[in-house]
Design a protein around this ligand. Structure first.
Ligand code: MCF
Ligand code: FE
Length: 423
């Protein structure tokens, strides 16, 4: 039996409860939190437990990076930012070079994994386009929801592409464990044929697999889905030899295809260009939205409109996206960027919401039983020690420790995933 305690415990429940001098109890090798509460009371209740208390620290659920591409990690400045079309063109031109660069892809993926651990991330939603990252992620100490991504809209290629995604899914299923969860991703409505999408949705529904898709990331995507016009018209004639093509979905028809997944963990990433009506459909699908603020700023000059959340109560998770659209994949840096992206919001409640996006709502988006320190949840937690207390109980102003945490957290001193210390 082990008890870990800290001056501040962020429970990461819906109300953002904070325990002063709180703690958690668990048994070695039993991946379930037994009890959460006052540290001294827990010690009295379990007098034989191994006890550790950290006075200048915050104990919180291990963070969750709900959307990351490990495969795109090698480049420094090959991609063009500031316009989605320019980015996608630069990605199409330098994709092979980036994927097969001088550094071995294995060392790049390991670097990405270390970057997660060093930022206190215990779980990731890893989007994999090729499967190169699969064995390394399966062996890593992270809890991984492994999204085998399907892409391809050209009818003559879909048989091959479909069997390729099935092969990757099969391989990922052979590696499945409580910390490596096979899942499916539909790249996006502009890049995926509906016949393939339909089959994969059926598969995901049958096995209750998590499913994720990039959705309405750019104005160009919206123009294509609603008018079959604009940047993507040129894109398809240039890269796919399909000059007269039309969009294969409307935003609504894409969302309607996801109806069989209401009981799955379902997430839509970006959603920068959704309407209120589409937000209501997303809500009715019981889906989560994943936002990647720095990627959105670099590729699309925008941040997710958090106003949509007020009326619709859609859970909002957060991710770094890949290094192809970010300067690093550090989730703490992502939270800091997000903090500065919404100056119109009250800063303390924004800080609380952002921390819930990186914990409670990340777990909801990925279908995990963690992200909150509650009885029965998996034993995934982080402890960040600071040189001074983040909050003094005699202070009369509201507890600003969630804000101070986002500002000052750099690296946890302890990180546990599935009861094991990984840092
Ligand atoms: O989320 C960002 C931006 N939107 C779309 N795709 C990607 C992102 N980061 C990496 N990608 C990958 C995607 O998985 O880029 C390729 C796919 O392999 C795009 S191919 C049209
Ligand atoms: Fe992405």
């Amino acid at each position: 039996m082990q008890i870990f305690g800290a001056a501040l415990v962020f429970v990461c429940d819906e109300n953002f409860s904070i325990l002063h001098n709180g703690g958690i109890v668990f048994e070695e090798k039993q991946d379930r939190i037994l009890k959460v509460g006052d540290y001294k009371e827990l010690c009295a209740l379990y007098p034989n437990a191994k006890m550790s208390f950290y006075p200048n620290a915050v104990l919180l659920p291990a963070l969750i990076n709900a959307h990351i591409h490990f495969e795109f990690g090698s480049h420094l400045a090959q991609f063009c930012y500031g316009d989605f079309g320019a980015w996608l063109d630069s990605l199409m031109t330098s994709r092979d070079e980036v994927l097969n660069s001088g550094n071995s892809s294995e060392s790049i993926i390991l670097q990405g994994i270390n970057e997660q651990i060093n930022a206190g991330v215990g779980s990731v939603g890893a989007i994999s386009s090729y499967g190169n990252d699969m064995p390394i992620l399966a062996q890593s100490p992270l809890r991984v929801v492994y999204f085998n991504e399907a892409i391809g809209s050209n009818p003559s290629a879909i048989d091959f592409l479909y069997s390729n995604v099935l092969e990757r899914l099969k391989n990922s299923k052979s590696l499945a464990s409580s910390t490596f969860i096979p899942a499916l991703a539909l790249h996006s409505p502009y890049s995926l044929h509906p016949i393939m999408a339909q089959k994969l949705i059926e598969l995901a529904a049958k096995d209750l697999m998590p499913l994720s898709a990039h959705f309405l990331e750019s104005a160009q995507e919206r123009e294509w889905l609603t008018q079959s016009n604009g940047y993507f018209k040129g894109f398809f004639s240039q890269f796919m030899n399909a000059a007269n093509s039309k969009s294969l979905y409307s935003p609504k028809s894409f969302l309607d295809m996801l109806i069989p997944l209401q009981n799955n963990a379902l997430s839509l990433t970006h959603c920068l260009h959704i309407t209120q009506e589409e937000a209501s459909i997303i809500k009715s699908l019981n889906a989560s939205i994943i936002t990647c603020p720095r990627s959105n700023r670099l590729l699309n000059n925008a941040f997710f409109k958090r106003e949509f959340l007020l009326d619709s109560h859609i859970p909002l998770a957060i991710g770094t996206d890949g290094k192809s659209s970010n300067n690093n994949v550090n989730l703490l840096d992502e939270l800091r960027a997000a903090l500065y992206a919404y100056p119109q919001e009250e800063i303390l409640s924004l800080s609380q919401s952002l921390l819930l996006s990186a914990t409670l709502y990340g777990a909801k988006a990925l279908g995990l039983n963690n992200g909150s320190l509650q009885e029965g949840k998996n034993v995934d937690f982080a402890i960040f020690e600071f040189s001074q207390p983040l909050f003094q109980t005699h202070q009369s102003h509201p507890n600003q420790s969630p804000l101070q945490f986002i500002l000052h957290a750099t690296k946890p001193t302890h990180l546990f995933v599935s009861t094991k210390a990984i840092l």
